[in-house]
Design a protein around this ligand. Structure first.
Ligand code: PLP
Length: 375
């Protein structure tokens, strides 16, 4: 009988997790509920209204009045690929400020798009000094300058304004990775003169993974229109994406409808809270965490004065098995992240992003962490 048929896999049965890693972060019930709204076709006038709402709200978060603001279907990395695929033509020079995993990924993506890449590096855990990037802009005269605003692998907040200004003065376009910063700390696309910003839905925006909001400037769009070669990626061609999102709204690809519902609701929640309160909440919970860590005799590994509120890189004390501590936490339903690259085994990464950035969560984490460390 059908009902007795043994299925290849059991029903989903996992428990709740407190997601305090580098992302994804927790999703509120109201955002999860949004994904249970009736399914719509992707050209339904009702869905078009939802698209308009998402774009309007994203503009507010990006602080962008540029010609294109929309969520690309795909995760943050799709946003990164979209930026380079549209702005780079084979042989173009790109300059990347890289002091972590995502800076390195930008170099890889730019190279695959055919760019000749200059990497301005700094040790993981530090900022890339703006003066060094500005010098390199003068020497290499790149078409594109790319910067990671919030380097999730190190917990460092990279200063971008000076770099963006120097790039503009030199006639270069600026790509900004704000995957981890958007919705958690101030991002000012217009005021800073950013030409192509991309983010991800699952960090401080508080939606599930799967969407990469982008904001494109007039200058960037002009450059894209004047390309000698077509954008190699059909899926990530912003001109085609804009025809779907901004009209004439013909078919390009099928939007991930339910994820768009979720982002819509997450952005409404963000508007309700307001950006200043949202940013203050991230700072307050970061400070609460740091105070608790100090009591435990622990310290942050990221450069002082340049620390992210939403991603805390905690130095692993000598003689402590960092993986065993993470395992003990996960047994209690709390997920935190490990170090990557040169920081592997040396730091834990505790994310307090979006919905996860709550006082109760910091307290729950600190108690479990103290116990796991035997302190
Ligand atoms: C998470 C992250 C990405 C990549 O996003 P995915 O959603 O994992 O593809 C890119 N840049 C930064 C800074 C990130 O934190």
């Amino acid at each position: 009988m059908d009902g007795d048929r043994l299925l290849s896999a059991p029903p989903l049965g996992h428990g709740k997790r407190l997601l305090l890693g580098p992302g994804p972060s927790n999703v509120s019930q109201r955002v999860l509920d949004a994904m249970r709204a009736p399914m719509l076709g992707h050209l339904d006038p009702e869905f078009l209204k939802i698209q308009d709402g998402i774009q309007e709200m994203l503009r507010g978060v990006f602080r962008s009045s540029g010609p294109i603001v929309l969520p690309v279907s795909g995760t943050g990395t799709a946003g990164m690929e979209c930026a380079f695929a549209n702005l780079i033509e084979p042989g173009d020079r790109a300059l990347v400020a890289a002091a972590g995993y995502f800076g390195a990924r930008m170099c890889e993506v730019a190279t695959r798009c055919g760019a000749v890449v200059t990497k301005v590096e700094a040790p993981w855990g530090e900022i890339v000094p703006p003066a060094r990037v500005i010098d390199a802009i003068k020497v290499t005269k790149p078409k594109v300058v790319a910067v990671v605003h919030a380097e999730t692998s190190t917990g460092v907040l990279q200063p971008v304004e000076e770099i963006a200004k120097a790039a503009k003065d030199a006639g270069a376009l600026v790509i900004l990775d704000c995957v981890t910063s958007l919705g958690g700390l101030p991002v000012e696309i217009d005021a800073w003169g950013i030409d192509f910003a991309y983010s991800g839905s699952q960090k401080c925006l508080g939606a599930p993974p799967g969407l990469a909001p982008i904001a494109v400037s007039d200058r960037a769009l002009e450059t894209i229109k004047n390309r000698k070669t077509p954008v190699e990626s059909f899926y990530l061609d912003v001109t085609l994406l804009s025809q779907y999102w901004d009209g004439p709204r013909g078919y390009h690809h099928t939007a991930p409808i339910l994820l768009d519902f979720a982002l819509y609701e997450a952005l409404r929640a963000l508007e309700e809270e307001g950006l200043p309160a949202r940013f203050a909440r991230h700072v307050a919970n970061h400070e609460l965490l740091v105070a608790g860590l100090t009591k435990l005799g622990l310290e942050l590994a990221s450069q002082e004065g340049h620390r992210l509120p939403m991603l805390n890189a905690i130095r692993v004390p000598d003689g402590v098995d960092e993986a065993a501590v993470r395992k003990k936490l996960l047994d209690r339903g709390i997920e935190i992240g490990a170090g990557l690259g040169p920081l592997k085994g040396k730091i834990w990464r505790v994310g307090l992003m979006g919905e996860s950035s709550r006082k109760e969560n910091v307290e729950t984490f600190l108690a479990a962490f103290a116990e796991a460390l035997g302190r």
